[in-house]
Write a protein that binds this ligand. Structure first.
Ligand code: UFG
Length: 327
């Protein structure tokens, strides 16, 4: 095994911190670089944390000079769809321009392996589901556009500079580590599962259902919820594959199963054993009715399959975290 350091940018965030734990479990040497604007210092316990921004070229140079970096995993991005519509500058600046900086440092220091957190938001409104990787990419909001742009940039860098990459297109990340030490904690919570669970802890008065007239079996939006530890495992597999010479590619990460908003509320009620106060609300702008993944390519190229296939198991880990959260 290559024993250089894996630089995890955004490793103090939700998906990054779970991946750092999985990397440490797999015996990898890890270094986290995070500006802590969204991430949490407490989430990084298994490796050193450098608090810096990837816009800071001097900080980047220092990291690449002082460490032998084998590969970079890049999780750091703003990811609020609504905010990206209202303030696209913030998104293009942070998600695209800072990534160019990071890639420049990688090129300067000869680091040739890159794993990028992409999103199902790059597909836009699906023409068919489950969505496979050949589905046209036509993002409908600036957040999705930033992820799509970076995918294009790394593909061009691959052709021109020999950068080897995997772009992992996450569907809806969910759940927490089963040991309860790390979980989801956002500056502003907008995600469905934590908002439902917060009605049980009293932090949230009620859960709003954004639209009940969609063209879906129960009228509410359908999403593919993938456990954060399954996402972390996929990164470990992607890293091993890349370092072993796998072709650069983009891969969906989802379970392939769709869960509607109403079904999610019922499943949370079942796991917790309480009723959630529910209210109907208008559709949220920019929400596609159904997003489910074909995960066949992930299995084919990475040998990856999700371990959490029952949504109640995913909710149970999120509920454990919600009750005992440390940050
Ligand atoms: N929802 C509600 N009520 C709420 C919150 C959400 O009904 O209070 C609904 C949403 O309308 C959506 C579903 O629950 O239909 C899931 O919403 P989330 O906000 O949990 O997740 P999204 O599907 O909007 O977002 C995810 C990722 C984003 C990514 C996006 C791509 O979290 O980073 O998918 O579409 F950009």
């Amino acid at each position: 095994m290559d024993n250089g350091t894996i630089l995890v940018v955004g490793g103090a965030g939700y998906i990054g911190s779970h991946t750092v734990r999985a990397l440490a479990d797999a015996g990898r040497r890890v270094l986290v670089l995070d500006n802590l604007s969204e991430g949490h210092r407490e989430a990084v316990t298994r490796c050193p944390l450098i608090t810096a921004d990837i816009h800071d070229c001097a900080a980047l140079n220092k990291v690449f000079t002082e460490h032998t970096i084998s590969a970079v995993m890049h999780f750091s991005a703003f990811a609020y769809v609504g905010e990206s519509v209202a303030n696209p500058q913030k998104y293009y600046h942070n998600n695209v321009s800072s990534t160019l900086n990071l890639l420049s440092a990688m090129l300067s220091y000869g680091v040739k392996y890159f794993i990028f957190s992409s999103s199902c938001a790059t597909y836009g409104n699906p023409q068919y589901t489950p969505i496979d990787e050949t589905h046209p990419q036509s993002p409908i909001n600036p957040y999705g556009a930033t992820k799509f742009m970076v995918e294009r940039i790394v593909a061009d860098y691959h052709n021109a500079y020999g950068l080897n990459y995997m772009c992992l297109r996450y569907f809806n990340a969910a759940g927490a580590h089963p040991d309860g030490a790390t979980g989801e904690s956002h500056r502003v919570e907008t995600h469905l599962i934590p908002l439902i669970l917060k009605t049980f802890t009293g932090e949230n008065q009620q859960i709003q259902i954004f639209g009940n007239d969609y063209d879906t079996p129960d009228g509410t939006c359908v999403r593919d919820y993938i456990h954060v530890c399954d996402l972390a495992d996929a990164h470990i597999a992607a890293l091993s594959a890349l370092l072993a010479g796998a072709e650069s590619c983009c891969v969906n990460l989802g379970t392939g199963k769709g869960v509607s908003v109403k079904k999610m509320i019922s499943a949370c009620e079942e796991v917790v054993g309480k009723k959630a106060p529910v209210v109907a609300a208008p559709r949220r702008a920019g929400d596609p009715s159904i997003l489910t993944a074909s995960n066949a390519l992930a299995f084919q190229t990475l040998g990856w399959k999700p371990r959490y296939t029952d949504i109640r198991e995913i909710i149970a880990t999120a509920w454990n975290w919600e009750q005992h959260r440390r940050y």
